[in-house]
Design a protein around this ligand. Structure first.
Ligand code: BTN
Length: 259
């Protein structure tokens, strides 16, 4: 990972530039880094706040030889690689909220999101052609550096650790973590990733949640993560004993108060 790293002071989105590199035939592991993004994006078309000099905005080109239905595992693998790298580099207890949020539990049951993964895959004739993995991490933000609407739930490594964090070290830790878990996935298969992911994830079991998918939203209680990386949620009002839980493969999950 990072066999070649291209740095830009400012880019619209590192994912867009990485896509160009993939199209130009750059090898797997090529990476793009930006000091700021003017149109950084998150999942579901949301903007990703990408202030200059405070965060890490990184994208990497991957070319896994897998069928399209296994691309969601790339998101889990990348979240695991990023979380383990950040834990090692900063000492912060970084956790994963399914599927792609990097979070830290703060005082008073407040959870703060300090990073996220945006995976954009493209199909070829025979499975996946390439996947761009974009990672955004809030590193040295103070609360007032976030837009007001994010202030209550966004956090940074600096806020969690109480002192400045070296962004160069964070980049190396992310590339190292990604490298380790991409290899582990290729050599050990989905099981290796899913097992380690479960150990770092929050809310996988016994948590009342709202699941939002394009067709609507519903509430239920989480009961685990299956071997393919889908979140298992038992819908509320599902009174049939032994009825299988729903397999949630994509969508937004938010905590709700227990009924
Ligand atoms: C999310 O949590 O919704 C995912 C956020 C991903 C943000 C990163 S920053 C680097 C890369 N470039 C982008 O435009 N987005 C990703």
């Amino acid at each position: 990972m990072g066999c070649r790293v291209e740095y830009h002071e400012s880019l619209a989105s590192t994912n867009d530039r990485a896509r160009e590199l993939a199209d130009a035939g750059e090898p797997e592991g090529a990476a793009v880094l930006a000091g700021e993004q003017t149109h950084g994006r998150g999942r579901e078309g949301r903007p990703w706040h990408s202030a200059p000099g405070l965060g890490v905005y990184l994208s990497v080109v991957l070319r896994p030889s897998v069928p399209g239905e296994r691309v969601p595992l790339v998101t889990l693998m990348a979240a695991l690689g990023a979380a383990t790298g950040l834990r090692q580099a900063s000492g912060v207890d970084v956790r994963i909220k399914w599927p792609n949020d990097l979070v830290v539990e703060a005082a008073g049951d407040t959870r703060r999101k300090l990073g996220g993964i945006l995976t954009e895959g493209r199909a070829g004739n025979d499975g996946v052609r390439d996947v761009v993995v974009g990672i955004g991490v809030n590193v040295n933000h103070a609360p007032e550096d976030f837009p007001e609407d994010l202030r209550g739930r966004a956090g940074s490594l600096r806020m969690a650790r109480g002192r400045h964090v070296d962004r160069g070290g964070v980049v190396l830790a992310l590339l190292g973590g990604l490298d380790r878990w991409y290899r582990a996935w290729r050599e050990g298969g989905d099981d290796a990733v899913v097992t380690a992911y479960r150990a770092l994830a929050v809310d996988l079991e016994g948590r009342a949640v709202r699941v939002s998918v394009p067709s609507g939203s519903w509430t239920g209680v989480t009961v685990g993560l299956d071997s393919g990386g889908a979140l298992l949620v038992r819908p509320d009002g599902d009174g049939v004993p032994g009825a299988p839980a729903a397999r949630v493969r994509f969508g937004e999950i938010e905590r709700v108060e227990e009924a």
